[in-house]
Design a binder for this molecule. Structure first.
Ligand SMILES: [Zn+2]
Length: 110
């Protein structure tokens, strides 16, 4: 299973031509997940990101791994950004009446 842990989108990309598969560890499809490298921190992929919803998740195993620890602030920041965007999107999708109700509720109005 190669899916995004957040939006569950299929992360399998286009099919790798059979004659080239040996170059990609005999995988049948390219991978759509984005490897994020943080310059000055680690020379390589520090964590993964979804190309569709921008959710970030671990590449390195939790625990003793120094790279796992390094990735955590970046992953948390990215996930919080996605959640904020999602809330803003949901708010914008409300009807004008729904939006007015919600604003009144937040202001403690009637
Ligand atoms: Zn996603």
């Amino acid at each position: 299973m190669n899916i995004c842990p957040n939006c569950k989108t299929d992360l399998n990309g286009t099919e790798i031509p059979e004659e080239n598969r040996h170059l990609y560890g005999d995988k049948t499809h390219f991978n759509r997940k984005i490897g994020v490298e943080v310059r000055g921190m680690y020379d390589g992929v520090l964590f993964w990101k979804c190309p569709d919803c921008n959710w970030a998740w671990d590449r390195w195993p939790k625990g003793e791994s120094r790279l796992w620890a390094l990735a955590q602030t970046h992953i948390t920041r990215q996930q919080n950004t996605v959640i904020l965007h999602e809330e803003a999107r949901r708010f914008a999708a409300l009807t004008p009446e729904g939006r007015a109700d919600l604003e009144a509720f937040w202001k403690g109005g009637e």
